[in-house]
Design a protein around this ligand. Structure first.
Ligand code: ZN
Length: 477
């Protein structure tokens, strides 16, 4: 026992010694710039995007996580930013096509704006966005084609000498690259996915500034990275942003049993943006990202064309004022839809043990926040009956009730912001990671009688009250 508490105290010292950046999310919100990180009114380059992504990750530790999902043909990292803590994913990606980089601005602005909404505890459609971001994770890939965007914005100077003659040849002899859509190897990345790729209309005969489908599907490294990142996250809904026509594609050989579901989501999207739904075609040309997603995953995929037709160049920045208000909240709608799709796929499992509620919360009839609320659950310990996708069914004096537990009690949980001390174990509902996460405090010698266990968490007594600590953080791993 002595050795045990020695380790507890040692770990507390270690917790207190965490670097300031990891230990200060509670105070960081006060100094956070209200205007956000992303300035949408500029030629938004790859370098600006990388700088903004890093600043966003630093500003919202734990809430935003960056991953390089692959490299472009010229060695630029392809960045993804995950926002949220849920098991249901929404994939939003932009700039498959080089000249369509206004789509990158949209995704970066959504990331910035949604993180701010989380910190400010805002609501959308009457529901707290924090609840949504505890249920759903956005995977944003703001720039699928960084080489192509760089070529379109900066021309040959951004590429090595030995590549320039080929780039000019692929551009029909011109050194003006404003019309460029492909990657920097002359492959059209939105004609690279294995979805009826063989029958693409006008597939092109060789590398060109647009339309060339490549020698085979997923030949381009950028398309490979996207396919991998999509399989890895297994999203409920995927949206690929393009930039011409204020229309939404939503259908690609969609199975009859999915048509009503997918049309309903596309219709909600069209209703919010004012965009026109493209009618299903008998023989659509394939190879696109969402064509592949709809066909391979059997889930809703939207291709949204932002902005009015701009001809063979980038959409002018002046269109931003028209695009942003129409799209600002579409992510919340997609997140709600994604969560419902995800929940419908979960099955309830019988469970044993106890669950501890540390705050009042509504009791539900079914494991679904749209179902009837049956009064209030009060803090205490309850016998666990079943679990389903982040919900816990518990025994109460009034009968079984469902409680939202924040994440699957059996799931893994990464403590936010590097602070492994929590008000409740493994339940994101009780965490206010950016506002109210308890700062690490030195513990008085805890009394052994107060110790409780819950899965791999243990409860210790602190001067501020009881706190849960992950056991692995006490003993190391
Ligand atoms: Zn496009």
């Amino acid at each position: 026992m002595l050795r045990y508490w020695g380790l507890v105290l040692l770990s507390v010292v270690l917790i207190s010694a965490l670097p300031a950046a990891a230990a200060e999310p509670a105070s960081a919100s006060a100094s956070r710039p209200a205007a956000g990180v992303v300035n949408p009114k500029q030629v938004y380059s790859y370098d600006i995007m990388v700088r903004d992504l890093k600043q966003l990750e630093e500003t919202y530790p734990g809430l935003i996580r960056l991953h390089a999902i692959g490299e472009s043909e010229y060695g630029r990292d392809i960045w993804a930013a995950d926002l949220g803590l849920g098991d249901a994913y929404v994939m939003l990606n932009g700039s498959h096509h080089a000249r369509e980089w206004i789509t990158t601005i949209l995704i970066m602005s959504m990331l910035d704006h949604y993180a701010q909404a989380y910190v400010r505890n805002e609501t959308w459609n009457g529901a707290p966005v924090r609840d949504l971001l505890h249920r759903v994770t956005f995977r944003f890939v703001p720039m699928v084609n960084p080489d192509g965007v760089t070529l379109q914005q900066f021309g040959l100077s951004a590429f090595p000498e030995e590549a320039r003659a080929d780039l000019i040849a692929m551009n029909g002899g011109s050194s003006n690259f404003k019309r460029w859509k492909a990657n920097a190897k002359g492959i059209d990345l939105n004609r690279q996915y294995p979805a009826d790729w063989e029958n693409i209309n006008q597939p092109g005969s060789g590398p060109y500034y647009m339309n060339y489908r490549g020698k085979e599907p997923l030949a381009a490294k950028e398309a490979q990275a996207m396919a991998e990142a999509t399989k890895e996250t297994n999203p409920e809904i995927a949206v690929a942003y393009h930039s011409s026509g204020e229309i939404v594609y939503w259908h690609f050989h969609t199975k009859p049993e999915h048509v009503a579901r997918d049309r309903a989501i596309a219709t909600r999207y069209a209703g919010m943006t004012g965009y026109r739904l493209v009618q299903p075609a008998a023989n659509p040309s394939g190879g696109g990202y969402t064509d592949w997603f709809i066909q391979s995953f059997g889930r809703p995929g939207l291709t949204a064309e932002l902005g009015r037709p701009a001809g063979e160049t980038n959409v002018p920045l002046s269109e931003w004022e028209r695009i942003w208000p129409r799209h600002r909240d579409t992510g919340w709608m997609l997140a709600g839809e994604a969560y419902n799709l995800w929940l419908a796929r979960q099955t309830a499992a019988y469970a044993s043990g106890e669950i501890r509620l540390t705050a009042e919360q509504p009791a539900y009839r079914w494991p679904d926040h749209r179902s009837a609320k049956l009064g209030t659950l009060y803090p205490g310990r309850y016998k666990l009956l079943r679990t389903k996708g982040g919900w816990a069914e518990i025994a109460t004096e009034a009968g079984p009730r469902w409680a939202w537990a924040g994440r699957s009690p059996s799931g893994t949980f990464e403590p936010l912001g590097g602070i492994p001390v929590r008000l409740a174990p493994d339940m994101a509902q009780y965490l206010s990671p950016l506002d109210a996460a308890p700062a690490p405090q030195p513990l008085d010698a805890p009394s052994a009688t107060a110790l409780e266990r819950w899965n791999d968490w243990i409860m210790v007594v602190t001067p501020q009250g009881t706190r849960w600590v992950k056991e692995a953080n006490l003993f190391g791993e």
